[in-house]
Design a protein around this ligand. Structure first.
Ligand code: SF4
Length: 172
């Protein structure tokens, strides 16, 4: 599949879950191959993945999508160290931390994704969000610009609604 994808030396490769169901050795080989192609052919890669480890090691910019929308975007460090959207907190909270003395239960995100055939009026994450407020179910949250490269869509970030919680308050 990768050979087919690069046969015409494309400027852009969209790699949708390229390492799903692979063991870690093959996964590392595939990621090395993609990195090599990027450098050699100067190809841009859009990597679609639920594997945050793969994202951290491969990506410079991250777009977190939920319910068909980009709910947070930023440079990789901004997403992994300064995440501002409750769905991003949920994703980061579900990463296992190996090592002695750091054992903790994984925290799942409760509930199910919304039915996009009948999308909710407000924030698509409201039914699963521990921080949801009344306005969340009624109105789509506005985009808040957190830096030149970092944006998020959440009512918690809007000064008209509430003070932004710290990462500690968010349980990170
Ligand atoms: S807008 Fe409301 S429901 Fe949506 S993620 Fe933010 S706090 Fe949660």
């Amino acid at each position: 599949m990768i050979a087919i994808a690069i046969a015409c030396e494309p400027k852009l490769v969209i790699a949708d879950e390229p390492t799903t169901a692979l063991d870690v050795t093959i996964q590392a080989q595939i990621l090395d191959l993609l990195r090599g192609l990027k450098d050699k052919l100067e190809t841009s890669i859009v990597l679609i993945s639920h594997d945050l480890g793969v994202i951290a090691s491969m990506c410079s910019r991250v777009f977190i999508m939920y319910g068909g929308r980009v709910v947070e975007s930023g440079l990789v460090d901004e997403i992994f160290y300064e995440a501002s959207h409750p769905y991003a907190w949920g994703l980061l909270g579900s990463i296992p931390e190996p090592g002695e003395g750091r054992r903790r239960k994984l925290v799942p995100i409760p509930g199910s994704p919304p039915d996009l055939m009948a999308p909710p009026a407000g924030c698509a994450f409201a039914a699963r969000c521990a921080k949801a407020m009344r306005v969340c179910a009624r109105e789509q949250p506005p985009v808040t610009r957190l830096s030149a490269t970092h944006r998020a869509e959440c009512w918690l970030l809007d000064p008209r609604v509430a003070k932004r919680p710290s990462a500690e308050e968010a349980g990170l």
